[in-house]
Design a protein around this ligand. Structure first.
Ligand SMILES: NC(=O)c1ccc[n+]([C@@H]2O[C@H](COP(=O)([O-])OP(=O)(O)OC[C@H]3O[C@@H](n4cnc5c(N)ncnc54)[C@H](O)[C@@H]3O)[C@@H](O)[C@H]2O)c1
Length: 269
């Protein structure tokens, strides 16, 4: 992948994994558009890396189209689109309201579609381009996450496979970043208040196992892009569990159900 002077967009780039990806892309010479629903956060990151901050709610298809147009006007056609913004469940699983379910579907699943629709035509015309989708281990091995989160991440992985199967011959590469636990806003971190160092991890989250840093995700995703790998797995045990699941789906479901219930009880999910 050529990064020098490439145009990159990172959604949810104001915090956590998106922030780390924006920094890593800028560090490799890309011109980065930092898009976030929280414009203050986007501005702080963009100022630090010499990029452009753009407010964007990725659940709104018109906002994603406008974001891509702004990036192209400012830096030239988009070479690398990082569709990263995501949210956790807004409601109590099966009892979530239709609006709560629709919102997580909009942000965690359909946003990938709006981004691909906006960037792919130009990538196909030019014969190159990359989509990095921040998905989750929850797409490969359903774990203790909520109902809406699990269904949207599975859908996002299916969409990424579809794009790869249909457009890799056009020069479009797709990387699916599927981490397990990462120390970000999802786990209570607030980088906006970290002038004196990282906020400590809540001890009850130890039940989630190895908790990695956002920078580990950024390195893993760009390594996968450089190596032409579809999956970027910063927690290698996710790949091992995925292989065990594929080898015997029923045994995997039987083994995993009590573990998931235990962890959900421990973390109060
Ligand atoms: N942290 C984890 O343990 C973990 C694990 C697997 C996958 N992920 C995925 O990583 C991605 C990034 O999350 P994170 O962990 O860095 O969380 P985070 O909360 O630290 O950062 C998310 C950023 O996205 C922004 N955002 C939220 N909704 C948005 C919207 N509608 N439009 C634009 N921006 C929006 C937020 O303002 C925030 O800056 C998500 O897709 C998440 O599902 C996280």
């Amino acid at each position: 992948m050529r990064y020098e002077n490439a145009t990159a967009i990172v959604t949810g780039g104001g915090h956590g994994i998106g922030r780390a990806l924006a920094e890593a892309l800028a560090g490799r010479g890309a011109n980065v558009v930092v898009a976030d629903v929280n414009i203050e956060r986007a501005r702080r990151v963009a100022d630090r890396i010499g990029g452009l901050a753009v407010p964007c709610d990725v659940g709104d298809p018109d906002a994603v189209t406008a974001l891509v147009a702004t990036a192209a006007d400012h830096y030239g056609p988009v070479d690398i689109a990082v569709s990263n913004a995501g949210i956790t469940d807004l409601g109590p699983d099966l009892d979530s309201t239709p609006d709560q379910v629709r919102r997580i579907v909009d942000v965690n699943l359909l946003a990938h579609v709006w981004m691909a629709q906006a960037v792919l035509p130009s990538m196909i015309d030019r014969g190159h381009g990359a989509l990095i989708q921040t998905i989750s281990s929850a797409a490969l091995i359903t774990g203790p996450s909520g109902m809406g989160y699990t269904l949207t991440k599975h859908g996002a992985l299916g969409f990424a496979e579809w794009v790869t199967l249909n457009h890799s011959a056009d020069g479009v590469r797709v990387v699916c970043l599927c981490p397990n636990a990462v120390y970000t806003g999802f786990l209570g971190r607030d980088e906006d208040r970290e002038q004196d160092g990282p906020t400590p991890l809540d001890p009850k989250l130890a039940a989630l196992g190895e908790v990695i840093e956002p920078e580990d995700c950024a390195t893993c995703a760009l390594d996968a892009l450089d190596a032409g790998r579809f999956l970027a797995l910063p927690h290698p045990r996710v790949g091992e569990s995925f292989a065990r699941k594929a080898a015997d789906y029923d045994a995997w479901l039987r083994r995993t159900a009590p573990r998931v219930r235990r962890i959900r009880g421990q973390i109060g999910a």
